[in-house]
Design a protein around this ligand. Structure first.
Ligand SMILES: NC(=O)c1ccc[n+]([C@@H]2O[C@H](COP(=O)([O-])OP(=O)(O)OC[C@H]3O[C@@H](n4cnc5c(N)ncnc54)[C@H](O)[C@@H]3O)[C@@H](O)[C@H]2O)c1
Length: 246
């Protein structure tokens, strides 16, 4: 049985990187998705690849009207909004602004829903990103916990995914200066992980899949760090925690 059969989702920043990995995995598990992204070329290419299970809508998450339109597209195309993945984000002084809970009215009417907000290990610890990024990601976690309390009586859950350094154009740009240099980026990122293997978007999608599915129905206001212990365990602990290479 597909784990997301019959569910529909909006994934912001769904055209590339971690968001693309989430869209691909959700569709593979039976969900239908709105790819809500500002990158039209990448979004249309992914939509062409995945076919009827997805709709691409050019969406800038800094625009409330765009977010509302993405939610309406999900409801009109697929009949509901079961999962909202607020994933779009950039490294920069403006930071992510996709976390306003505009999806709540739809989910409250349904009496169910799973909101997944992508923060970062930079949301639980200092020194892992620029000041504004770190501040914004801590804010994502605070907002998520706060909204989780408000949403719980309506059957709506709000949880946070905190990726560690994961291969994407975002990290490729940071570690090599070239966002398209994924091979070099993967090598450099992997050298930072015990076991020599950095996570890829598909690894984050595994965690998002659990958070989106009914298997996590008792998880609300939770912060899921997915970093192989890289940032959240001490160096000493990490030595006792080998990650198998593939
Ligand atoms: N890659 C990592 O190591 C890492 C680690 C921790 C957290 N994160 C977080 O994960 C999320 C995804 O990052 P990624 O690494 O996949 O980045 P990415 O740059 O590969 O992909 C981000 C996607 O978001 C889209 N986007 C950017 N601004 C947008 C906007 N205003 N409106 C709509 N879409 C927009 C981009 O077009 C792109 O498709 C971000 O919130 C990021 O902060 C990433």
């Amino acid at each position: 049985m597909a784990r997301l059969a019959g569910k529909s989702a909006v994934v912001t920043g769904g055209a590339r990187g971690i968001g693309e990995g989430i869209v691909r995995r959700f569709v593979a598990e039976g969900a239908r998705c709105v790819i809500a992204d500002i990158d039209v070329a990448a979004g249309e290419a992914l939509a062409a690849d995945l076919g009827d299970a997805v709709v691409f809508l050019r969406t800038d998450v800094t625009s409330e009207a765009d977010i509302v339109a993405a939610i309406e597209a999900c409801v009109s195309s697929f009949g509901a909004l079961d999962v909202m993945v607020n994933n779009a984000g950039i490294v920069g002084v403006t930071g992510p602004i996709g976390e306003t809970p505009l999806e709540l009215p739809v989910m409250v009417r349904q009496g169910s829903g799973s909101i997944i907000n992508t923060a970062s290990t930079a949301g639980v610890q200092g020194g892992l990103g620029p000041h504004v990024y770190t501040t914004a990601k801590h804010g994502v976690i605070g907002l998520s916990k706060s909204v989780a309390v408000e949403a719980a009586p309506f059957g709506v859950r709000v949880n946070v995914l905190c990726p560690g350094a994961t291969l994407s154009s975002l990290t490729a740009g940071l570690v090599t200066g070239d966002k398209d240099n994924l091979d070099d980026a993967y090598e450099r990122l992997s050298s930072k992980y015990v076991g020599g293997r950095a996570p890829k978007p598909a690894d984050m999608a595994n965690a998002a899949l659990f958070m989106a599915s009914d298997e996590s129905e008792f998880m609300n206001g939770a912060v899921m760090v997915v970093d192989a212990g890289k940032e959240t365990l001490s160096d000493r602990a990490a030595k006792f925690y080998p990650i198998p290479t593939r």
